[in-house]
Ligand binder design. Structure first.
Ligand SMILES: *Cc1c(COP(=O)(O)O)cnc(C)c1O
Length: 222
């Protein structure tokens, strides 16, 4: 059985346990830092939704694949610098990491100039960790309101990366609460170690890297 089939089987089982329909979760294959052949193999198996965390790396990798496959759905799940907004909008179908006013403003200007918007999610720093990106949970409602009102951005969801060294359940709950309170549909949470738990807490997008592609070798040349 391929790793992809194995993950899909586990996703289906977790959804069944939660009495949720299969189509209520999207599996993002997180391909960052993975060798090209591993990504090609997952594409050949028919998978089309992928996550990357760096704009330049994603561009190098995905422009050639996009010539081969027309229906790739590419999501940015890493921090976005304002000077990379144009490049990001050229490449990505969704951005999960909207987390500050300057970025929202820059996205709004660029989206208005183009007349098309990617799917946008607000990243919440659920663990209130100094080293992590994302808006503070206490400021999330106001920020989402500003994105929608002041910047006219079509926010469809929220995203979080809970602390690595703690049980994720309370953080998943916090993110799901923020989503429900603000009436957004998509909840991007759950990674290789905890995607089944995330599904139990209402995740609609799970981001799975190493469990699908194998361990990442950061020194690898893409
Ligand atoms: C790398 C990464 C993932 C995938 O992590 P795994 O533990 O390998 O599944 C998910 N989300 C984000 C934001 C990441 O940067």
């Amino acid at each position: 059985m391929s790793a992809l089939t194995d993950i899909e089987t586990r996703v289906s089982a977790a959804l069944k346990d939660a009495s949720r329909p299969r189509e209520s979760v999207k599996l993002l294959a997180v391909s960052k830092v993975q060798p090209r052949e591993r990504v090609a193999a997952v594409l050949e198996q028919g998978h089309r939704i992928f996550g990357e965390n760096r704009v330049q790396e994603a561009k190098t990798r995905w422009e050639p694949f996009r010539e081969q496959y027309t229906d790739i759905d590419l999501h940015l799940i890493g921090p976005l610098q304002t000077n990379k907004v144009k490049a990001a909008l050229d490449l990505f179908d969704a951005v999960h990491t909207v987390d500050r006013d300057r970025l929202a403003r820059k996205l709004a200007d660029e989206i208005q100039a183009r007349g098309v918007a990617p799917k946008l999610l607000v990243q919440v720093n659920v663990g209130e960790e100094a080293q992590k990106a994302g808006i503070d949970p206490a400021k999330a409602d106001a920020f989402i309101a500003a994105c929608r009102g002041e910047y006219d951005l079509p926010i469809i969801g929220v995203m979080a990366i809970p602390p690595f060294d703690k049980p994720p359940e309370p953080y998943f709950e916090t993110l799901a609460d923020i989503a429900h309170r603000n009436g957004v549909e998509e909840i991007s949470m759950g990674m290789s170690a905890d995607f089944e738990t995330a599904i139990a807490y209402g995740a609609t997008m799970i981001r799975v890297g190493s469990a699908l592609f194998g361990a990442r070798d950061p020194s690898a040349v893409i």
